[in-house]
Write a new protein. Structure first.
Length: 276
């Protein structure tokens, strides 16, 4: 689910902790080529080659998730760093998403990282057997209105149907851990997809999930009386046992093994034939 208030539970913080910095020249389209498991473990932003900037965004997102700061304060701190770095946007793109100092770009970075952490946290808590038994299904619903642009024009009912989703009394409902949740954000199908089986499924979507209780799910025909949903895991506990240096080295190895680019001497990953 997606929430605007802080939800500082441990699972959300775990997702933030396992991330390693990934400075890169890659565009959003380039990152769509990466396996979701790699992206879940990476702190990246399209065309950001500065590890210092990524670290600041990471720190600020962690603070928002933990309820220590609000988004406005986090955004201001990122702007201060960019000013100290002497960053100047391309005049042709000032104020837009390609301007690293613009409100729209910084908000997108923060909101995507924060909402993803919260989404994972609620998903992880929902993987307990007693919870899956009591709430065996999820409904795709709108929680926020997208902030303009192409995101506001997306038809999620059409998207749901495209990936094989069924409608129950006009509602987009499926069993928890159904493959449709991964399909909704599959970047190989949808360029805006984040590749996770939990909300948010895409950048600036405003969409989230609502738990559907067993009685309601049975009445809709999503599950039967004897349906049991098997718990899933994203294997983050194994990553948390490793030191940050080991996690970073593991991410670097995965990126090198991907065959879609290489690191330069400054530790920046360059995608081969990228859309930069």
């Amino acid at each position: 689910m997606m929430y605007t208030a802080p939800v500082p539970f441990s699972e959300a913080l775990d997702l933030r902790e396992v991330k390693s910095l990934l400075p890169s020249t890659g565009s959003t389209a380039d990152f769509a080529k990466l396996d979701s498991a790699i992206k879940e473990r990476s702190m990246y932003s399209a065309t950001v080659t500065s590890a210092e900037l990524l670290q600041k965004v990471d720190d600020m997102a962690n603070g928002v998730v933990a309820g220590q700061i609000d988004q406005a304060t986090a955004r201001a701190q990122i702007k201060l760093l960019l000013a100290d770095m002497g960053y100047q946007p391309d005049p042709n793109h000032a104020g837009g998403l390609q301007d690293l100092s613009s409100d729209i770009r910084i908000n997108l970075q923060l909101e995507t990282n924060v909402d993803t952490a919260r989404g994972y946290g609620w998903w992880a808590q929902g993987q307990q057997e007693d919870v899956l038994n009591a709430y065996p299904a999820d409904e795709l619903v709108r929680f926020q209105v997208p902030k303009g642009g192409e995101a506001a024009e997306r038809d999620w009912a059409e998207r749901w149907e495209e990936v094989g989703g069924q409608f129950f009394d006009g509602r987009m409902v499926a069993q928890k851990n159904d493959s449709i949740w991964s399909a909704l954000g599959d970047p190989s199908t949808f360029p805006d997809g984040l590749g996770n089986p939990y909300a948010p499924f895409a950048f600036n979507s405003g969409m989230g999930t609502r738990d559907v209780a067993r009685d309601e799910a049975q009445q809709l025909g999503v599950v039967s009386k004897n349906t049991r949903i098997l718990p899933q895991s994203r294997r983050f506990n194994e990553d948390l046992k490793a030191s940050p240096q080991v996690r970073s080295a593991n991410l670097r190895s995965l990126m090198e093994a991907s065959g879609i680019g290489s690191f330069d001497q400054d530790g920046v990953f360059n995608f081969e034939g990228g859309d930069n």
